[in-house]
Design a protein around this ligand. Structure first.
Ligand code: JFZ
Length: 455
């Protein structure tokens, strides 16, 4: 008996010690090498798809429709009865991410509408209990991620919750939803009620919401789905220190987990900064790990009318730009209510994947390039035993066949085209390196030149 107790105590000690001894660098290693991930925004809002009672949502992402359009709680919850994503195929989703060259997925386990995409004992407002689909979405996703070696992260809206009473609301004008004739009246009400527009949202205190919904749900998320790589908090509106401390303490359930900077500002910086819809300028960077999240069109959640799709060229150039500054790219997909990805997203993912298969070496496990923002493209680099490798991603292939790399203070050992390994002639004059290129760019979006140098 004593022996068993002793060995139990030892195991517990080893577990605690290993949790404590995971340094930030150790936790961040896979993430810093990954460089590219998939964001997924999916929930009951997909069923609205940007339209409430025939009114197109006027402003904001489609996942905000309940707040923008001031949809009453009962009406919004009735929509869950229509949510039946029979085409949901977690295995296919993860394969699409993997084939695009993405190394991790972050999915909205609960967005601001408070709808849990998992079976939850803390609130009936969840996919298993409130929809005809009746099944946990995250379970098969976790299994598929494990199968394909893709890391899985959960987005969780910890403060804003428009359906579970006691959650907070970022107040928006009713007229931003649609031309509701009652907008002025609604706005007067939300002003008096800390943003809430329906009395059903206020039948519990914020502290009680944290204790009865957020804490138990985050516990569920960190207990029932195996290893969780990322906890992606969002919109810490009216967060309290008490709530943030309680939620943060739960992260001990997953000692290797990485968190972002949106739990509560400024005292809970997390591990990563999260520039949204923009790529930071070099002068904005301070050495903190960062990840740009971005939509492929203009909305996070699915919206039928949104056709502002970014070109594959823009998406690949963004990825190169972000890698050249040492950041990660978290690119969003907003699945349809039936569980399929929009065709445009499927196509873009496929095209990015084709590029990554040839050129991924210029992205994964690279660091920011010392050659900053040349006119023709972007640069990353990697240290190897043989020297430093520069990856020059050329967006604008020079018509005269001479690529000029300015400010070079290294010895050039060899230069090659990454696509086919063909050797390129180089001439270094002062600090100007000229690389002689073939007439034709191997890739019309971005062609990578690999240069081995001694710095
Ligand atoms: C938030 C969400 O509200 C949005 O729906 C989406 O999930 C996105 C990834 O994150 O959007 C924000 C959050 C913060 C700011 C703007 C949009 N902000 O601080 O300006």
């Amino acid at each position: 008996m004593k022996k068993i107790l002793l060995s139990l105590a030892c195991t517990a000690m080893v577990l605690t010690i290993s949790a404590q001894t995971l340094s930030k660098d150790e936790r961040m290693q896979w993430w810093r090498e990954a460089r590219f991930g998939m964001f997924i925004h999916w929930g009951v809002y997909a069923q609205f798809a940007g339209v409430y009672n025939g009114h197109e949502q006027l402003k904001g992402g489609a996942e905000w429709i309940m707040n923008r359009s001031k949809i009453p709680v009962a009406e919004y919850q009735a929509m869950a009865k229509e949510f039946n994503p029979v085409k949901y195929d977690a295995d296919a989703w993860v394969r699409m991410a993997r084939d695009a060259g993405m190394k991790y997925i972050v999915i909205t386990s609960k967005h601001h509408d408070g709808f849990a995409m998992f079976k939850s004992a803390a609130s009936k407002w969840n996919i298993a209990d409130a929809t005809p689909y009746g099944k946990d979405i995250l379970k098969p996703l976790a299994a598929a991620c494990k199968k394909y070696g893709i890391k899985l992260g959960f987005y969780y809206s910890q403060a804003q919750d428009w359906n579970n009473p006691g959650g907070t609301v970022i107040r928006k004008a009713a007229s931003e939803g649609w031309a509701n004739p009652d907008s002025a009246k609604i706005d007067a009400y939300t002003k008096e009620h800390n943003g809430h527009w329906d009395p059903a949202q206020e039948t519990r205190s914020f502290d009680a919401y944290i204790n009865e919904v957020a804490v138990p749900q985050v516990k569920e998320l960190l207990t029932n789905y195996g290893e969780i790589a990322v906890l992606w908090w969002d919109t810490p509106s009216d967060m309290t220190n008490d709530a943030a401390l309680k939620l943060q303490a739960l992260l001990q359930l997953q000692p290797q987990i990485i968190t972002n900077d949106r739990l509560k500002k400024p005292d809970f910086p997390g591990d990563t900064k999260t520039p949204e819809q923009k790529i930071p300028k070099l002068s904005d960077l301070d050495g903190t790990d960062w990840e740009t999240c971005m939509t492929m069109n203009g909305t996070w959640g699915y919206r039928t009318s949104d056709n502002k799709w970014k070109s594959t060229e823009t998406l690949i150039h963004n990825l190169c730009d972000i890698a050249s500054k040492g950041g990660n790219y978290l690119l969003n997909v907003g699945p349809k209510p039936d569980g399929s990805f929009p065709e445009q997203s499927v196509q873009a993912l496929k095209e990015i994947g084709d590029w990554m298969k040839v050129n991924g070496e210029a992205i994964y496990a690279t660091k920011a390039g010392t050659i900053e923002q040349p006119a023709w493209g972007r640069c990353t680099q990697k240290n190897t035993k043989a020297g430093t490798i520069w990856y020059l991603s050329v967006f604008n292939w020079p018509a005269d066949g001479k690529l000029v790399v300015p400010g070079v203070k290294a010895t050039i050992i060899a230069a090659k085209l990454l696509a086919d390994g063909s050797v390129l002639k180089t001439v270094l004059t002062g600090t100007n390196l000229v690389i002689n290129l073939p007439q034709q760019a191997p890739d019309k979006i971005a062609s990578v030149i690999k240069v081995l140098v001694k710095e």
